[in-house]
Design a protein around this ligand. Structure first.
Ligand code: ADP
Length: 305
């Protein structure tokens, strides 16, 4: 058992009279070369009135438990990948089927020489192009999902500036939909370490979702605030739109969950993934008929506190 020396050092490093008990997990190599996971408990015992002490070291082989845990994680990951692949296949198959259908119609129409047939063919081709675009868009979004988070692409980002960029982009749509925007930027918001384009995508998703929830106008309140312990920045998007029923709240972040006829249901799924990869989190609170608030929290970049 090769950990012996380490434990001996540990015991030696403590002063006489110390009361000490420590538990740790380690990966050790058995004499036969087989690696095992062990739970080690070390207790220092002081012999009464005598200038001597000893340590009790207990070792418990937890390899089987560790392996079971790892197997569980592996099978959960596998199940999720399978589910994702099945949904993706379904989502891509839909537009492909309609392209097939419309192209067969176009083929038939080509046999005819009338002007009306040509016009119909043009309409079908336009629909087919839209459908192919939809499938391509889906593939593009999925490609980004499992991209490993590129740590070296991160840079210090001012979230207030990102929110303002999103507001400029969505200004026209807000006006058209009679949505009044109030923007409260905290002036002490520090920098976060982030990939700016990704965070921008999240803010844009949340803003566009809020607009979709207010087809007949309403109010969108966006604010940023600094948080302490843990240090970070909280960004809130609150609308007074249609809200979300309690039984739907739990599904929002699932891939392909959508209640919109033209929605893809990937916006929130991807947004949450991006925020989690940045070490942050995302929450939603909603009351059906009253409105919805999405809150994003991002950890502060070290050294800027
Ligand atoms: P999509 O916008 O393509 O539907 P999302 O993942 O962005 O995909 O959103 C999933 C679903 O969450 C939407 O279809 C909608 O039902 C709900 N949702 C998201 N944001 C809001 C909001 N601000 N108010 C009401 N419902 C929302």
């Amino acid at each position: 058992f090769q950990a012996e020396d380490g434990i001996r050092d540990l015991v030696r490093s403590r002063g006489l009279g110390d009361v000490y008990k420590r538990q740790m997990e380690g990966r050790y190599v058995r004499k036969d070369g087989h690696p095992i996971y062990v739970n080690v408990t070390v207790s220092l015992v002081q012999w009464q009135d005598v200038n001597a002490r000893f340590a009790i070291v207990m070792l418990e082989d937890i390899s089987a438990r560790k392996e079971a845990q790892a197997a569980l994680v592996r099978s959960e990951k596998l199940a999720l990948t399978g589910k994702l692949a099945a949904s993706l296949a379904h989502e891509i198959n839909n537009p492909l089927q309609s392209v097939l259908g419309f192209m067969s119609l176009v083929e038939e129409l080509l046999e005819e020489n009338e002007e009306k047939a040509k016009e119909d063919a043009r309409t079908y081709i336009r629909i087919a192009i839209e459908e192919v675009k939809r499938a391509a868009d889906l593939v593009r979004q999925m490609r980004n999902i499992n991209r490993p988070s590129a740590l070296d692409e991160r840079k210090p980002v001012d979230v207030n500036t990102l929110v303002e960029r999103v507001l400029t982009l969505s200004q026209k749509k807000c006006q058209e939909q009679h949505v009044q925007v109030t923007w409260k930027a905290a002036d002490d918001v520090a920098l976060v370490s982030a990939i700016p384009d990704q965070i921008h995508q999240v803010f844009l998703n949340l803003t566009l979702n809020a607009l979709d929830a207010m087809p007949d106008g309403g109010e969108l309140h966006i604010s940023t605030a600094r948080t302490e312990a843990p240090a970070g920045v909280e960004i809130c998007f609150a609308d007074d739109g249609e809200g979300i029923a309690p039984d739907k709240l739990g599904h929002l972040f699932e891939p392909f969950y959508t209640t919109k006829t033209t929605g893809m249901g990937l916006g929130l799924y991807i947004s949450q993934k991006i925020i989690q990869e940045h070490g942050g989190r995302m929450n939603v609170e909603s009351v059906a008929g009253e409105g919805t608030a999405f809150t994003v929290w991002l950890p502060m970049q070290r050294g800027t506190e």
